[in-house]
Design a protein around this ligand. Structure first.
Ligand code: ASN
Length: 331
């Protein structure tokens, strides 16, 4: 039986990081180790797949830009169309894994497994998590059972949906959680599946990376107590096409901010109410604020950073508020 052919696209992050000493689990430089060295470090990959690597970027993921997303998405799409590719793994920094993975989930049309993988500790550290995470990611990507489940994030033995998963803590290897639970587990190279994503993705998506030329500017304004209008006005001034209001609770908007957001929306800028609550926000339409009356959008259960990704992708095709709200319910 032929081994599955898996391409590893490397983008940097801690999984390619190196520290001065084995005790440096949190102090190190990200994006140092090239993909060929990562692959050579895990000879067991050859037992489960025929693997080849490509260095797409070498950056810490907090520095990734929209242009990087487009470059990566287009490369993933090209590879997914090839007969000699069964699955794709993307090594990534954890800081924006949830954004890149969700972006790919929205725009790449394929049923082949696309798996994003990262690590919390550099490869030089004691109890480094990158090698096992990468071995697991290749196992999942080479497995036919992983098809048609949308883009996956494999970390710490869990298989999560790119749509739901988020970095919940920044110091432990169990950093990634989905508010609605993992899709499955991966143990010693074997996958155990529990559920499927019910939202639209990949082949069922109306968005197509092959047709997207650029992503419009979408900004996130964080609202805690004592919030004022400075950031909102500055984003509007800078040409944002939408502002994600990262509000407390139900994406709540402080009283003095309501006329400011109304005014900004009158300038043609979409207002999208999201929530910054930690364990998964869930913003209800017309609760706390009359969204129908103000023509605002709610981000459903998407956190502000994921809402930015969906808004950018959606605004590349429509600026109709009702259409945008439909998109936020469906994806
Ligand atoms: N654990 C990590 O990968 C963090 C790193 N700052 C990154 O996102 O690239």
């Amino acid at each position: 039986q032929q081994k599955p052919q898996v391409v590893i696209l490397a983008t940097g992050g801690t999984i390619a990081g190196a520290g001065a000493d084995a005790t440096n689990s949190a102090t190190y430089q990200a994006a140092k180790v090239p993909v060929d060295k990562l692959i050579a470090g895990i000879p067991q990959l050859n037992d489960i797949a025929s693997v080849r690597g490509e260095q797409v970027f070498q950056v810490a993921s907090e520095s990734l830009r929209n242009d990087n997303l487009l470059t990566l998405g287009k490369r993933v799409s090209e590879l997914a169309k090839r007969d000699d590719v069964d699955g794709i793994v993307i090594t990534h920094g954890t800081d924006t894994t949830e954004e890149t993975a969700y972006f790919l989930n929205l725009v790449v049309h394929t049923d082949k497994p696309i798996v994003v993988v990262a690590s919390m500790r550099p490869g030089t550290a004691m109890s480094a998590d990158g090698t096992l995470n990468l071995f697991n990611a290749v196992s999942v990507a080479g497995n036919k059972e992983s098809r048609s489940r949308g883009v996956l994030v494999v970390m710490n033995d869990e298989i999560n949906s790119a749509r739901d998963v988020s970095k919940m803590i920044n110091i432990r290897p169990d950093a990634f959680k989905s508010p609605w639970g993992a899709l499955g587990m991966i143990v010693e190279g074997k996958s155990y599946w529990f559920r499927r994503l019910d939202k639209r993705h990949t082949n069922a998506s109306e968005f197509d990376i092959d047709k997207i030329k650029s992503l419009p500017l979408v900004e996130i304004a964080y609202a805690g107590g004592n919030v004022n209008d400075t950031a909102y006005r500055a984003f509007a001034q800078a040409g944002a096409k939408a502002i994600i209001h990262a509000g407390p609770g139900n994406g709540s908007v402080a009283g003095p901010l309501v006329p400011v957001l109304q005014d900004i929306h009158k300038q043609g800028i979409q207002i999208i109410r999201s929530s910054h609550v930690n364990a998964g926000g869930f913003v209800l339409r017309n609760a706390e604020q009359p969204d129908d009356k103000y023509d605002w959008i709610v981000a459903h259960d998407l956190n502000p950073q994921k809402a930015r990704i969906l808004a950018s992708v959606a605004l590349a095709t429509t600026n109709n508020t009702k259409e945008l709200q439909r998109i936020f319910w469906q994806y």
